[in-house]
Design a protein around this ligand. Sequence first.
Ligand code: NA7
Length: 545
Amino acid sequence: MAETATTPDAATATPQEYDVIIIGAGVTGMHQLKLVRELGVNVRVIEAGGDVGGTWYWNRYPGARLDSESYSYQYAFDPELLGEWDWSEMFAGQPELERYYQRVADKHDLRKDIDFDTRVESMVFDEQTNRWTLQTTRGKLYRAKVVIAATGILSDPLFPTAPGLEKYEGEWYHTALWPHDKSVDFTGKRVAVIGTGATGVQVIPKVAETAAHLTVFQRTPNWAVPLRNRPLSDQDMAQIRAGYPEMFPKLRASFSGFLHSWDPVKSTDVTEAERDARYEQAWNSPGFAKWIGLYNDIAYNAEANRIYCDFLASKIRERVDDPATAEKLIPKDHLFGTKRVPCETNYYETYNRDNVELVSLRDNPIKEFTAKGVLTAEGELEFDMIVLATGFDAFTGALNKIDIRGLDGQTLRDKWKDGPHTYLGIQVAGFPNLFVMGGPHGKGGHGNGPRCSEQVVEWMAELVKEIFERQLDRVEADPEAEREWTEQVVAAAAGTLQATAKSIFFGDNVEGKPRVYVAYLGALPEFVKRLYDIREGGYRGFIIS
Ligand code: NA7
């Protein structure tokens, strides 16, 4: 059962003492737990969910799946498991991923060090003892010298801005809070889906299969591309497995941890016929081949990108029967790859079904939710079920949700009110001994998550070792290093094609969030090298006492 504020925990008065607390038992937190525990320190993980897996625990909506190749996304740290685990599909679905993380937890006996159904509500740094005290929503207290927040980049669900959801009397679900205790049945129902991001394009075709009627509310169309998933045979797996010794080092050395990489050739270096043939070939290939496998100038040259957009638009027109619907589905306000590129299966064909209708929120906004459905500018629409695929308060949301108080009582929310300030995405000046694995200014937002986090998690475990071996009191970011790093991260995004679009990378999806770049645009190997150089230089930019 999920923890609530109305069920106070009896044993609240005395905090449970630990050396290290990790917040979150998702993909990053599980790995961090394994490594920190091996150091022999006393570590506890606090997890809001009922089991391990993070994203793959919460986002259990029909259609949820990877768009990185399954084998490129798995942990690299357990050779035995790599030898045993067979991926059934090139891009695994949520149920298989959930099973995978449960298997990892079983095999490494991770659960014995995790408190589930426990959400951290606040944490306060004590300047005398140099320890953090954490309080959960149930009033339970924990205390630790080091806190590692592995709270995730996409873990704070975002709800529609239209008021009145509480008035709605039908069933409603947010895709990131999909029920664990019952199966959701769309059969014969009038269903609304709000949102057409990476999640929306996955869930919409699934809902359409059995709903009596599906209305999709689209705020911004996306450049979605076909996933081209396929089952993996025993033979495929044998071949893939034989490639692991080369694959993992290659991924570590890659720009973003993906199996695909930008072609050094520019689209302007080839003939039009050659370029078009290449686009067609990429179109028919799996996953991100039709994004980061292409000519590199698509990433930075607006004209090259526009030509590719024209190619993609022609594909949408081919696939969608009704020309007016096709036009609504073609993005007009942003270039390809400037927002997260969703991968889809039968998404565009779904709009050819008689039971599916597309409503553009730009033409017909939702004014409010009502008891029976939604009131749009054009009138009330009634639904038996509403599915919110409205995404997340990305990068900063999960941390800002916790009331974090550092030196002199300063809150993180206040410090970040104009956008996040970090050193390396790992620390925030004024918040000693608090480390972030996967938050703002981290590489994971633009990359293959586990590949981007694994080396940072390894680096972090070594730092934890030093903190306890050398009996350090505090490790904190130098404000000057933080200022330089934050300026560098923000400057790197300025003037890029990315900056021309409204996206989660600039906080545009959240009303009132300052428009500032929150991810990290550099290459993974350079970032990791920087971390190790900083360590060799005696932790440059960190104040250690
Ligand atoms: P996304 O990619 O942020 O998509 C959310 C969608 O919901 C997107 O179409 C939004 O439109 C729409 N949205 C957000 N707020 C509203 C409101 N208030 N009203 C109407 N529509 C809204 O989140 P996803 O869950 O799809 O994907 C997140 C990540 O999960 C993704 O990067 C993958 O790594 C997996 P917008 O485009 O903001 O206009």
